[in-house]
Design a protein around this ligand. Structure first.
Ligand SMILES: NC(=O)c1ccc[n+]([C@@H]2O[C@H](COP(=O)([O-])OP(=O)(O)OC[C@H]3O[C@@H](n4cnc5c(N)ncnc54)[C@H](OP(=O)(O)O)[C@@H]3O)[C@@H](O)[C@H]2O)c1
Length: 266
């Protein structure tokens, strides 16, 4: 049965790109379910959304590093009698430090938030979308998913975002003809809390403005892309150009640049 009003579940909705997605979906008539850890921020956003767009906004705080969180979220949504027609897997952050020097639990939490919970939420909510023959899934990946894993520190970020890109493409293909649209969103540098959490804001502020986009534009482009059934959107022409470079520059040159950046250590 097609509901008059659709509902979107947005993870990482308390800030940045997730909050922007919540506003874009609400502006387009969706009720929204907001989840993240900081309940106060979610409640403030829910109040703003309800008064501004006249839709319902529900708050369900969860810590997605807890392996039990996706199922708990699913059960709570079902208990409230809600259906999820759009799933926006957005929650994420970066981790600083060389791979072996970072505690294993930090890596495990990171993988749970950026990959396992994304997979499980998709696995939980996709069957209903297929049954009703419509639905939208947005996975927030990154331009990093198109770049080689050359960073010293933040070791897992590029691989996990490449995984999200490939998963989105695979699921898009698999969902052809089901009425469910899947899109991987690949922002580059975006104004949000991301670099404050990562504690590299001062360095990031030195980058030319040309490289930066605002969260609202990223979310609007993601919304437009999934509505148009695009498997991937790379946000902005600068990021699209950057995404092509690793395909035309030989890897030896790229690793040479990485070596030089890391002080030429062998
Ligand atoms: N900003 C960029 O330059 C950029 C570029 C490319 C891709 N991205 C991707 O965009 C997505 C959104 O990032 P953003 O830039 O909007 O960063 P942000 O402003 O820091 O927002 C991150 C969101 O994730 C939530 N989150 C973090 N840990 C969580 C956990 N354990 N459980 C549940 N929610 C959690 C945060 O909420 P709580 O702290 O309240 O839990 C917050 O709502 C991420 O996947 C990121 O990798 C960002």
């Amino acid at each position: 049965m097609i509901h008059e009003r659709h509902t979107a579940l947005i993870t990482g909705a308390s800030a940045g790109i997730g909050a922007a997605f919540a506003r874009v979906f609400a502006e387009n008539g969706f009720d929204v379910i907001l989840t993240a850890r900081r309940e106060d921020m979610l409640v403030t956003l829910a109040n703003e959304i309800e008064s501004r767009y006249g839709v319902s906004a529900y708050v369900i705080p969860e810590d997605l590093s807890d392996p039990a969180a996706p199922q708990r979220l699913y059960d709570e949504i079902a208990a409230r009698g809600l259906d999820v027609d759009a799933l926006i897997n957005n929650a994420g952050y970066g981790v600083q430090g060389n791979f072996d020097e970072v505690d294993w639990q930090v890596h495990a939490d990171f993988m749970a938030v950026l990959s396992t919970s994304l997979l499980q939420l998709t696995h939980l909510f996709l069957p209903h979308m297929k049954t009703q023959k419509f639905g939208w899934i947005l996975n927030v990946a990154s331009l990093a998913g198109y770049l080689p894993g050359l960073s010293s520190g933040a070791t897992l970020y590029t691989p996990v975002k490449a995984f999200v890109v490939k998963f989105s493409q695979a699921l898009w293909t698999e969902c052809r003809g089901t009425g469910v649209h899947v899109t991987g969103v690949c922002p580059g540098f975006t104004y949000s809390e991301f670099h404050d959490v990562l504690d590299n804001r001062a360095d990031m502020d030195k980058l030319p403005k040309l490289f930066w986009m605002n969260a609202e534009t990223v979310a609007q482009q993601g919304f437009d892309a999934v509505m148009r059934d695009k498997p991937i959107v790379i946000n902005g022409w600068v990021n699209r150009v950057l995404s092509i470079l690793p395909r035309i520059i030989p890897e030896t040159v790229l690793f040479g640049i990485a070596d030089w950046k890391n002080g030429g250590k062998k």
